[in-house]
Design a protein around this ligand. Structure first.
Ligand code: MG
Length: 255
């Protein structure tokens, strides 16, 4: 199934996407699917980020090629012995076709195209072999980063978690295998990142087991699974797109 969240009459509502038609739901599609009997064409929808994030749990350094490029950029240490986690707050959530704006003091604003995982069930101490039962599906995510702030602060809260720094969407799908998803990022139409989630150092299921050993994930929470090589700068006027085959394209404009 494919799920979307949209604005209808000024309020958020979830829907199931069938061809180009959205069948709207009474409540979020976590515990069960309850249609409200209405539908509307996708083209007429103003889509919202498809999540109910109380937090976005992010994994840093999860593709070897990105670790290499960060070694010089952040003076980072070598390959991690265990996943490095950090958080983005719900203030970061940004809609598909939204705008990203960084405060004037930010000197370098980067895109990081990533696979996002949206949780379906409350998850705590989940075993790796059970982990994929806890997810609603995958989506596209841009882990927008104020790189100079990330570097100068030493820890990552401010550089990673500014308002609007997590565009998410446009849809969630359970029809794409999170272990074999093609991902690419385009900056003004030019491909700048291209990879496949089969190259993730820590797989989706391992990640969920690792995270939930320490913190409870709630339905609608999001995991950002890390970015491949090719991260780079964005400037006002740029359009950045993160595309995952079978999911769609998440487009944001930098202002
Ligand atoms: Mg990232």
């Amino acid at each position: 199934m494919k799920y979307v969240k949209l604005e209808r009459d000024g309020k958020p509502v979830w829907g199931v996407l069938q061809d180009e038609l959205v069948r709207t739901l009474v409540k979020p599609p976590f515990a069960e699917i309850c249609y409200d009997g209405q539908s509307l064409p996708l083209a007429e929808c103003r889509l919202l980020a498809p999540c109910e994030a109380t937090k976005i749990v992010c994994i840093g350094k999860n593709y070897y090629d990105h670790i290499e490029e960060m070694r010089s950029m952040l003076d980072a240490s070598g390959n991690p012995e265990r996943p490095t986690l950090f958080l983005k707050g719900p203030n970061c959530v940004n809609a598909p076709d939204g705008t990203v704006h960084a405060p004037d003091f930010v000197g370098r604003l980067d895109y990081e195209g990533e696979m996002g995982i949206v949780m379906k069930k409350r998850a705590k101490d989940v075993r790796e072999e059970d982990a994929l039962e806890y997810i609603l599906g995958i989506t596209c995510l841009n882990d927008v980063t104020a790189r100079d702030i990330q570097k100068s602060d030493g820890q990552w809260a401010r550089g990673k978690s500014m308002d609007g720094f997590a565009p998410i969407g446009p849809v969630i799908t359970d029809e794409v295998d999170p272990n074999h998803a093609e991902i690419q990022t385009r900056l003004n139409g030019k491909v700048v990142q291209k990879s496949n989630t089969e190259l993730l150092i820590t797989s989706a299921a391992k990640m969920i087991a690792f995270i939930t050993a320490s913190m409870t994930l709630e339905p609608g929470d999001v995991i950002a699974t890390g970015t491949p090589a090719g991260v780079g700068e964005m400037h006002a006027g740029d359009v950045v797109e993160v595309e995952i085959s079978g999911v769609g394209t998440l487009r944001s404009r930098i202002v």
